[in-house]
Design a protein around this ligand. Sequence first.
Ligand code: GLN
Length: 544
Amino acid sequence: MTRYIFITGGVVSSLGKGLMAASLAALLQARGYKVRIRKFDPYLNVDPGTMSPYQHGEVYVTDDGAETDLDLGHYERFTGVSAHQNDNVTSGRVYRDIIARERRGDYLGATVQVVPHVTDAIKQFALADQDDHDFILCEIGGTVGDIESLPFMEAIRQLRNELEPLQTLSIHVTLVPYIAAAGELKTKPTQHSVRELASLGIKPDMLLCRAEHPIPQSERRKIAQFCNVRAEAVIPALDAPSIYAVPLQYHREGLDREVLRCFGISDAPEPDLTRWNDVIERHSHPEGEVTIGVVGKYVGLQDAYKSLNEALVHGGMAHRVKVNVRWIDAEIFEQAESDIAAQLEPMHGILVPGGFGERGSEGKIAAVRFARERKVPFFGICLGMQMACIESARAAGFAAASSTEFGETQEPVVGVITEWMSREGLEKRDAGGDLGGTMRLGAYEARLSANSKVSSIYGGTTAISERHRHRYEVNSHYIDALEKDGLIFSGMSPDGLLPEIVERPDHPWFIGVQFHPELKSKPFDPHPLFAEFIGAAVDQERLV
Ligand code: GLN
């Protein structure tokens, strides 16, 4: 039987429900259970693909090409389980499907309503593809009381009634604030939030209470009493020194034990937490440090580069070094008086990440030039690889080299792609079509040249699969000229048409990739490109 754990949030947003879900899933997995995590987002966008990173943070892309909430990144990083199209559902997607069916006449003249049509669709998403999972965790975005989340809450209420009595569990995540003037923790917001949830027909079985100060037993009992749960079901969730410390911390507070008890499972194996102990050990006892300059556009909001930041941390774990990330706004390198050298000289590695639009592109190109000329380890990801190709093209004499993303150009070293091969066959799109969901998305294979640096980084293989999210592509007409000048195209799509990886053999570490390797990096399995990039930065540090 597949059991369901519904995770809601109360009091304030940003309580870290996603991390909590990921950590609980990791703990259940450590006990040998098969888990899957889903996210329900109540907003009306069909997916976050068209939202600004400033609004929503990073868009996380799955193997099967879904553009999803960044919490799915946490889920994958903590469990290693690849998320799918069906693991992130928004109100917009639910309504789009319902309205399309209504237009087709599928409802046979019925009045289409939130209950039952919208709630049924939500329930179907929750129940789909159970396979042989022991637990499916469903996190509901937003905060209880939001108008938008009501249909989701109603769907949960119905499911809790319809499934077996010990088949579902409701965990409510709340905040227990500390009032410094009174020197007290306050439980009232939690009580109100639970009451709000109860008014929607959902009685939580467990409470996870975020707090900055330890919650004494007396307060736990008080919360339990007022909120109608056992005292053991009130789990304090204090701020952790690192996100990777969260699973172990929640385990010490009894989270997984209490979850199993609520389900009536008494014969669960003890968890094997070796993997998490090792991650924490590596993370908290670094033997050195390196500084990586990330030259990008959305540097004001770190959530915009969530997976990238984590992948750099994982690369550091692989070498037992602390990675200091300096987020540098590419636009500052476009100002006449800017001193690039002063900014970039302290860096042991320079990374130009993915991005969209022209703003800051000349600054990124300038950063690539600095890295190439000064032989500083350079890693270009997606737009970063495109900028590296433009920089190399300019150095090779194509002075007007640019991307058609930034406007018309005489030398389209990067241009829009309108046709490409996917597993399903030829994909086509209009250059002027919809922006949403029309990029080259998801996992695609690439072939690596034998004897290339990337092939050795990937352990000698010549076939890899990585996740993509881009509309533009390096123009293969320039390959010969660029290779003559030292930029080698060491990875191509299997049909040999689309450049996937470039590298410079005349440089200690200069690699650009059209895909997003950061999406597949895990703390217990750092992505080889990040591990080797940090390794090159460590070598650089030793040289100084
Ligand atoms: N803007 C570029 C493109 O669409 C790069 C996208 C990215 O970096 N994810 O091709």
